[in-house]
Design a binder for this molecule. Sequence first.
Ligand code: PNS
Length: 173
Amino acid sequence: MVKKPRQERFLAVYPGSFDPVTNGHLDIIRRAAAACPRLIVAVVANPNKRPLFTLPERVALLRDVCKGLDVEVDSFEGLLVDYVRRRRASLIIKGLRIVSDFEYEFSMALLNRRLRGGVDTMFLPASLEYAYISSSSVREVFSLGGNIADFVPPAVLRAMRRRAGPTRTGKRR
Ligand code: PNS
């Protein structure tokens, strides 16, 4: 008899667009990795969005900033719960920054559990110093010439500067 591989109780997935990965994401990754015996950081392909960084670029940046952490970086397309099932994981990790995150993420957690029984979601509250940082605000501040050095890892800052090219005034952002 062929034994089916069992779902791994301790394999957790932290999904996101990571466009780009911020210090807030990195904080959640570090804390989730300390709490879960195995963690996969899973980058969604987002076929409906036009991301700043391509999927391979987002994966490469995450691998770079997660160097030294005991996590796997992967990507997926389609439903998150299908990916979680394919990987035989049982837990989704989400970071919560503000109350409105909770409203949205709570309904997502219920929806995902309804779509796939046995897959549960655990929330980690953002650390206070990162509670106001999001990928979209980082992209906007950067595009308007603001300083994002405190919000993203240095590798991401370099990648964003390369992507933007020289500024009109020749100044570095
Ligand atoms: O970093 P983000 O953009 O907030 O991450 C959102 C993500 C990737 C967690 C969410 O978009 C997702 O789960 N996408 C996969 C598609 C899916 O399963 N959709 C069902 C819930 S609407």
